[in-house]
Write a protein that binds this ligand. Structure first.
Ligand code: NOJ
Ligand code: NOJ
Length: 432
């Protein structure tokens, strides 16, 4: 055998020894990663050297430095803490209360863009260096998770905690949710930076989470005897719903991520962006409120197909393994770390199909959708190192984990996808 072949052989061996395929079935792998993701997510909440209530985006302190509390990431992670059984009920309660205290301090800090400030130091001071600010999805996401928690507390007779810390009917607001809702209701017309912190404009993702926060916030306001505020929040959310219709590009048959751009990155010409899917996933409600889109909305379906196709065409990891579902990135023009697939956006596609499965009628259709979702988690598995750890991104060429290690949001996105999977798998098992 010549040396060239030998090299290929060795490389091949190396590759397979680092991937996590060693004899474990997919179900076993899911179970193992669930435990691992839970541990890793919890480890990023108030880690050593940070204030209680902090959620660090990642433990990585350089290249990149993600050792900060991002309002968006933190809210999304706390939504997982709130709605999953990651810990004992006592610990869950403590984590939520600490988050409330820390977040209220953030609100009261003298931040450059007030409640739209995206990022805080781990001691609670606002980050004041140059940054894409404001990012107005943050207060909306925080209001959403907190309103849902408030409703649970009210149902178990804890009105005084809610009134003292979460929602009291008064202006100026002195409570966390009330302050966020006032901010959202008064600022949604302003342009702000998108969730990727790059483009200033009216962003679909931001408006969808703002809309949902005002809908669910209005319900809470009413329960808290704040009838007029409820009316005003609802009115604003209906205006947002109208604004959202302008994101549909009929020529291209896609929902675009941004309109009215007035700052930041200007090279995102396609408008395709996985944030459109995240908008949907992050506002799904088990609380009966109306969300702006349904899973089967042809506009969403068409957009998702085009996003998927764009990533199939540009990443080597996808072109080299066409037998698998594609790894999904943020948007095709992405240049951050030269533009790569991300764990959380790939997991989002999995979650989408699991949710679609739960809304399907025939058993065949359900199974087909579960299989589609599984294909995306199998894609993530293919790029998962032996130790199970997920960073932010997957190198588009080598397939190895890239950028911020142990990104909290990566673990959160897997856990929400898996929960959707468990729900539908359990249901069809029960029906048999
Ligand atoms: C850091 C942001 O978090 C990321 O989303 C962005 O792509 C880069 N900065 C480049 O602006
Ligand atoms: C960059 C991402 O683009 C942004 O959405 C996120 O908030 C930060 N990283 C922190 O994880």
């Amino acid at each position: 055998m010549n040396i060239y072949f030998l090299r290929i052989f060795v490389l091949f061996g190396l590759f397979f020894s680092t991937s996590a395929f060693a004899d474990v079935s997919f179900d076993e792998w899911l179970a193992k990663q669930k435990v691992f993701a839970t541990e890793k997510l919890l480890a990023n909440i108030s880690p050593r050297g940070t204030a209680r209530g902090v959620v660090v985006a990642s433990p990585s302190k350089k290249e990149p430095d993600y050792f900060f509390h991002w309002v968006r990431d933190a809210a999304l992670v706390m939504e997982v803490v709130r709605s999953h059984d990651l810990t004992t009920p006592e610990t869950q309660r403590r984590l939520l209360e600490e988050f409330v205290r820390f977040s209220r301090k953030n609100q009261l800090s003298d931040a450059p863009s007030g409640l739209g400030e995206p990022k805080f130091h781990v001691d609670g001071r606002p980050y004041v260096g140059p940054w894409g600010r404001p990012q107005n999805d943050g207060p909306a996401l925080r209001a959403l998770v907190m309103s849902r928690w408030a409703k649970t507390l009210l149902a178990s007779g804890e009105r005084s905690y809610v009134e003292d810390f979460l929602y009291r009917a008064e202006i100026p607001a002195h409570t966390l949710i009330k302050a966020d809702l006032e901010y959202v209701a008064h600022h949604w017309r302003q342009t702000s930076f998108d969730l990727w912190e790059e483009v200033r404009g009216h962003n679909f993702y931001t408006l969808v989470v703002q809309h949902q926060s005002l809908q669910e916030g209005a319900d809470l306001a009413r329960v808290m005897g704040d009838e007029e505020a409820a009316f005003w929040y609802e009115k604003q959310s209906n205006l947002i719903a109208k604004k959202l219709t302008f994101f549909w590009n009929a020529d291209k048959q896609r929902i675009v991520a941004t309109i009215d751009r007035d700052g930041g990155a200007n090279y995102k010409n396609s408008g395709l962006d996985t944030s459109v899917l995240l908008a949907f996933l992050h506002t799904r409600s088990s609380h009966g409120s109306q969300s702006v889109m349904s899973l089967n909305d042809p506009k969403l379906v068409s957009t998702l197909r085009q996003i998927r196709q764009s990533f199939e065409a540009i990443y080597s990891v996808n072109k080299n393994h066409k037998d698998m579902a594609p790894a999904i990135g943020r948007y095709p023009e992405d240049i951050y770390y030269r533009g790569n697939p991300w764990v959380l956006t790939t997991a989002a596609y999995a979650e989408y199909y699991y949710l679609l499965a739960s809304e399907s009628w025939s058993l065949d259709e359900i199974k087909a959708n579960i299989a589609k979702g599984d294909a995306y988690l199998k894609r993530i598995r293919f790029h998962t190192p032996e130790d199970g750890a997920w960073a932010e991104q997957i190198d588009r060429n080598s397939g190895y984990m890239l950028s911020a290690r142990d990104l909290t949001w990566s673990y959160a996105s897997f856990l929400t996808a898996l929960k959707a999977r468990e729900a539908i798998v359990k249901r069809i098992a029960g029906e048999k």
